[in-house]
Design a protein around this ligand. Structure first.
Ligand code: NAD
Length: 501
């Protein structure tokens, strides 16, 4: 297949007319009140599309349709093998339209087109296929009772699931929720981020084409405090699957308690420690991966390796090497297949990054690279790789999630000290350990308070392993059979058996 050039992508983007309406009961429609908002391209600040701004009334409507569709049973009680067939068709359709979806993603949130096409789309497609393939291989149980009873443990879908997702990997994050939720037989309402709604809206039409019944998959674009809150408070939503900030995750947990005690699966923020011991081995490989861990996706990654903990004897050398690798992460036009870094999602996010950096400098942090917005002439939001060295873990730069390409380097002298610093955080999403000593690697990994630990790599893993956090990084798990299990509940059927037949 021919590789598309910058000119090709630009030509395609000029022809693109993104759909911006909500998708309710199998049809695109305006919000009930007719409100809309403009979604902007962060690479140049220009409007991309007018998007339906849904609110409580749309949530009411969609939840009603979802409940009816769930009870109708043409999805929820369909044989798993039949649901699988439809989900596989959806995966095929996403694959067929991958270039269009990748383009929507890049225009809407600023990530490089190469990443949209080669990272986000394959991950979304794989997630749909994996859950489709899994669903007809999950068995119920028979309890170990005496001969006069039979205890059946079956799994049933939860009912109506609302999935509220962020903007950093819009379609991929959506698929991490909707693939297992749909596969398990639920009716799903997807609320994409107001900063990146376009790929989710497009996905709705593909789901219908694949054969997902009306009302089983609906998409409500709009703001968090309007339609998001309405879904979270709705008494007829059975579960909330959320990925986003810890601040909003706490609110959603509250809304669930205030309303119907719906289940909540929270995937929230992080401030992950990437720990490099002096015996890490190939320091250039470590530097390359440490740079990628914080600069990939403009640093807008929940598991970004934003705290680099380095044994002091190699700190200077490693930081020099990371600064050298940062040269290959300079921001550029997201539509250019050669760009490794694109635009920051919007001006608000850019301002947030700037103020974190300014505060760090004010507090005396040592800036080694970057630190100021770049390419500002064209109206775009760009921030370069930024490195602070000799950071104290008590500084805001080491404690707060910045969600931008800003690295805080912290020195240590012993494994004990490294583990204490790594665990001294409200978050617990990811951590990495670099050492050639297996005992040190495993002992450190065991003691880290983190949902996942990478040894001699950063951000490894595939659909076979769960992804999620501990502490204030959340309590949900995406990916793997552990995630599929979250979207169903057990039912016990206890049968009394006659003994004289
Ligand atoms: P955010 O919390 O601002 O928004 C996430 C979603 O919640 C959006 O759809 C938003 O509209 C909605 N929302 C906001 N306020 C709401 C409210 N009051 N009620 C209901 N819904 C509401 O997060 P963001 O800025 O979109 O994404 C960045 C955050 O997501 C970071 O903290 C990042 O670490 C986190 N994240 C976590 C994971 C993970 O798997 N743990 C993955 C990706 C991103």
């Amino acid at each position: 297949m021919r590789q598309l050039s910058l000119a090709d992508w630009q030509a395609r983007s000029e022809q693109l007319r993104p759909q911006g309406r909500a998708f309710i009961q199998g049809q695109y429609c305006d919000a009930v009140k007719g409100d809309r908002f403009a979604t902007l391209n962060p690479a140049n600040g220009l409007p991309l599309a007018e998007v339906a701004s849904c609110d409580e009334q749309d949530a009411q409507l969609a939840v009603g349709h979802a409940r009816t569709a769930f009870r109708r049973g043409d999805w929820s009680t369909l044989a798993p093998a039949a649901r699988k067939k439809v989900m596989l068709k959806l995966a095929d359709l996403v694959e067929l339209h991958a270039e269009e979806l990748a383009l929507l993603e890049t225009l809407d949130m600023g990530k490089p087109i190469g990443d949209s096409l080669n990272v986000d789309m394959p991950a979304a497609i794989n997630c749909l296929r994996w859950n489709a393939e899994a669903i007809d291989k999950v068995y119920g149980e028979v309890a170990p009772t005496g001969l006069d009873n039979l205890g059946l443990i079956t799994r049933e879908p939860l009912g109506v699931v609302a999935a509220i997702v962020p903007w950093n990997f819009p379609l991929m994050m959506a698929c991490w929720k909707i693939a297992p939720a749909l596969a398990a037989g639920n009716a799903v309402i997807l609320k994409p981020s107001e900063k990146s709604p376009l790929s989710a809206i497009r996905l709705a039409a593909l789901a219908k084409e694949a054969g997902i019944p009306d009302g089983i998959f609906q998409v409500l674009p709009g703001f968090g405090h309007t339609v998001g809150k309405a879904l979270a408070l709705h008494p007829d939503v059975d579960a909330l699957a959320f990925t986003g900030s810890t601040r909003v995750g706490k609110l959603l947990t509250q809304y669930a308690g205030e309303s119907n005690m719906k289940r909540t699966f929270m995937e929230c923020g992080g401030k992950s420690a990437n720990i490099v011991f002096a015996d890490a081995g190939d320091l250039d490989k470590v530097a390359r991966e440490a740079a990628q861990a914080i600069f990939f996706n403009q640093g807008e990654v929940c598991i970004a390796g934003s705290r680099l903990l380095v044994e002091n004897s190699i700190r200077e050398e490693l930081v020099e090497r990371i600064i050298a690798h940062a040269q290959s992460w300079q921001p550029g036009n997201p539509l250019d297949p050669a760009s490794a870094m694109g635009a920051i999602v919007d001006a608000t996010q850019l301002d947030g990054i700037r103020s974190h950096v300014a505060r760090g400098i004010e507090q005396g942090a040592r800036l080694r690279l970057g630190g100021e917005a770049v390419l500002t002439d064209g109206g775009g939001c760009y921030f370069p790789p930024t490195v602070f060295d000799e950071i104290d873990n008590r500084l805001a730069l080491a404690r707060e999630e910045i969600f931008g390409p800003v690295l805080a380097v912290i020195g240590f002298d012993s494994a004990e000290e490294a583990i204490a610093i790594a665990n001294d955080s409200p978050y617990g999403l990811a951590a990495a350990v670099w050492t050639q000593n297996l005992d040190k690697a495993l002992n450190t990994a065991r003691r880290l308070e983190s949902g996942q630990v990478y040894v001699n790599n950063y951000a490894g893993g595939d659909m076979t392993v769960p992804f999620g956090g501990v502490k204030q990084s959340g309590n949900g798990r995406d990916k793997s059979l552990h995630s599929l299990a979250e979207y169903s509940q057990t039912k016990t059927t206890w049968i009394e058996l006659g003994t004289n037949a």
